[in-house]
Design a protein around this ligand. Structure first.
Ligand code: HEC
Ligand code: HEC
Length: 257
């Protein structure tokens, strides 16, 4: 019960802090950028690049061990916390306020993120309703048509993954672009390009078969600009999207051939 109350209190403090505007009227983009530089050069050494590496403290989400106003924060940044490893910094009031402005802007951008995702629900979606395995492969399961996603979480950031699902055409990585050939008798085949040399084209077609074509037998051939990956924009709720992205972020295994 006590922990539940403490949790609610922390949350309330966090929300109030992220929304506080004590200094907001003075924050310019340049202030925030400057604060960000100080943060990454100084604070990140101990607090981590996202500010969440010290237990119980998540600077980028406005979560603290003690209740904290902007003025308290500025005090701590300038004077440290005596008797703890949190050092005093050689900062003016204005410099410290810029670090606070930076942290508030980070907190605000996180708050506007979609719902908090659940990776295990995302996993179920991936294999069930989402039918992602019909094109993708994870840990040796699924299709070779689209890219193997086994270690995707090591390669891509959260925002990039979200965009891949909502707007797949926005950015298709070179190695993922699809190829289309039309034979002289008019048969079209599309697939993932494996190899292209002076005389031949090799690709994996939509039935996962390795196909090889001699260019002189083709009427036309070339990359397809549009991604074969469907957009999930209107097919998933915000919660489902968040769950799926959480699952994708958790994929950090080694790709199997
Ligand atoms: C040398 C490592 C180190 C550096 C550098 C550092 N901190 Fe800390 N900081 C800590 C530690 C450790 C604590 C936890 C102190 C405690 O309460 O025991 C802490 C605590 C804090 C707290 C209090 C959190 C709370 O919940 O009470 C704030 C705020 C904070 N740091 C902000 C910053 C900012 C902003 C910077 C950069 C200007 C920074 N720190 C630089 C190690 C560091
Ligand atoms: C019809 C086949 C197909 C289906 C179904 C499909 N994808 Fe894709 N997906 C692709 C292809 C092809 C690409 C590579 C081209 C591109 O990036 O758009 C891709 C790319 C991606 C990427 C970007 C990979 C990278 O390396 O950046 C992600 C993430 C992704 N898909 C996730 C999913 C998820 C999650 C689902 C299920 C909800 C899904 N896909 C369903 C074909 C598909």
């Amino acid at each position: 019960m006590r922990t539940a109350q403490a949790c609610i209190l922390t949350l309330a403090v966090a929300v109030a802090w992220a929304g506080a505007s004590l200094f907001a009227q003075h924050d310019t983009a340049a202030d925030i950028e400057d604060g960000g530089r100080v943060f990454q050069n100084t604070c990140a050494n101990c607090h981590g690049p996202d500010g969440d590496q010290i237990a119980g403290i998540d600077l980028g989400r406005g979560q603290f061990r003690r209740p904290m106003s902007d003025q308290d924060l500025i005090q701590i940044i300038r004077n440290g916390i005596p008797g703890t490893p949190m050092p005093a910094g050689n900062f003016s009031e204005e410099q410290a306020a810029r670090v606070v402005a930076y942290l508030r802007s980070v907190a605000a951008s996180k708050r506007s993120d979609t719902a908090v995702g659940d990776a295990s629900r995302g996993h179920a979606l991936f294999e069930g309703k989402g039918a992602c395995l019909s094109c993708h492969r994870v840990n040796g399961n699924g299709s070779r048509l689209g890219p193997d996603l086994t270690n995707l979480g090591q390669l891509r950031r959260f925002v990039d993954l979200e965009r891949s699902l909502l707007d797949p055409d926005a950015e298709v990585l070179g190695q993922n672009r699809f190829y289309r050939v039309v034979s002289k008798d008019g048969v079209t085949t599309t697939g993932r390009l494996l190899n292209l040399d002076t005389f031949t084209v090799q690709m994996i077609d939509s039935r996962e078969q390795l196909r090889s074509f001699v260019k002189s037998d083709l009427r036309e051939h070339g990359f397809i600009e549009k991604s074969p990956m469907p957009s999930y924009k209107d097919k998933l709720t915000a919660q489902e999207l968040a769950d799926l992205v959480s699952y994708l972020v958790s994929l950090k295994g080694k790709a199997t051939p």
